[in-house]
Design a binder for this molecule. Structure first.
Ligand SMILES: [Fe+2]
Length: 342
């Protein structure tokens, strides 16, 4: 399985990970042979990268299932849209899918692998779901109990729901916001808190995740400028997960960072901005070189990452005399990954 820009994908390659539409439906299922038409349509829909392979065998990525991802996108989208329309919010479906997400993370030794199959339409919901997934894995690695993981996950999935109270003209504006627009934008955590607190079945902790997710350790965040010891643990987890996903999915005008670059950047920004302990846990929870990456090794050969566990990274050699051979790299091995190529 490889993660390739759309331009480099050829007819006949097989889609290695399903593509979801904005509402969570499967647009194109894993295993489909890509035709010229499909590729043209995906381009028209603004997709830039896909996971592809030559055969179907090694496509299984452990962790949260595609079905659960799809259901989560759908249920998050429904509450977000209700919030945008000022309707009564019903969180039952979100609470139900969170059960599945938490179970799937607890049942396996899961590491988060970036999957970045999006266009501009599905960004908000996909971002929420990815932050949810990363937060649950981090929470598990921090030793949180099941009930705590659920409250954390609900907060992570809904952390940006307050954006639905902000004018579309601001949300969809291309380029920099004016000072006044930015000031309005800074209210979204408070709006989120107001939407979530007191809702039936929702923990107040989840509401505080929405309220606090833009705070920073040194008090430089918003809306309240809280200090480190005033920020709840769940919000600290979601702050790290949110920033990691924003950096690696190229939402801003900045260049999209690779996973290992984002982790290095976050580590450099801690302790002023992020709790260093959370960045450490994040580093144990996400793959440094996600499955599908092409990497340069320190023997100057090129390899494809085929599996990532907490102990090792499995590589298939793409060049050299060992071409086609697979090995597992462990932390202390002499052979190491130098950097990511694509
Ligand atoms: Fe936010």
């Amino acid at each position: 399985m490889r993660y390739l820009p759309l331009d480099e994908i050829e007819e006949g390659m097989i889609l290695a990970r399903s593509i979801f539409a904005e509402d969570g439906r499967t647009l194109l299922a894993r295993g489909v042979k890509l035709t010229k038409n499909y590729l043209r349509e995906l381009k028209a829909l603004d997709y830039t990268h896909l996971f592809v392979g030559d055969e179907l065998e090694d496509f299984e990525v452990k962790g949260i299932s595609e079905q659960t991802y799809s259901q989560t996108i759908r249920s998050v989208r429904e509450v977000f849209l209700s919030a945008a329309k000022n309707q009564n919010l019903d969180f039952k479906e979100v609470l139900d899918v969170v059960d599945f997400m938490v179970d799937e993370v607890l049942n396996e030794d899961v590491i988060y692998n970036i999957f970045e199959i999006r266009n501009h339409d599905n960004y908000t919901y996909l971002h929420s779901v990815k932050v949810g997934a990363i937060a649950i894995i981090m929470g598990k690695n921090l030793g949180l109990a099941r009930k705590q993981l659920k409250d954390l996950a609900v907060g992570a999935l809904l952390h940006d729901i307050g954006k639905m109270c902000i004018d579309n003209s601001i949300l969809e504006k291309k380029g920099r916001l004016t000072y006044q627009e930015y000031e309005k934008m800074r209210f979204h955590p408070k709006y989120g808190f107001d939407l979530l607190r007191g809702a039936p079945g929702l923990s107040l902790f989840s509401a505080h995740v929405a309220y606090q997710h833009h705070e920073r350790e040194d008090g430089s965040g918003y809306p309240r400028g809280l200090n480190s010891d005033e920020i709840h643990l769940y919000a600290k987890i979601v702050m790290a997960a949110d920033s990691y996903d924003a950096m690696t999915s190229g939402r801003s005008y900045r260049r999209t960072l690779w996973s290992h670059e984002a982790l290095a950047q976050l580590a450099a920004d801690a302790p002023e901005k992020y709790d260093p302990k959370m960045i450490k846990i994040l580093g144990q929870s996400v793959a440094l070189y996600p499955v599908g990456s092409v990497v340069l090794l320190n023997n100057m050969e090129v390899g494809l990452v085929t599996d990532v566990t907490r102990e090792s990274v499995k590589i298939e050699f793409l060049t050299g005399t060992d071409k086609g051979k697979r090995i597992a790299l462990r932390a202390n091995d002499l052979l190491k990954i130098e950097r990511q190529l694509s």
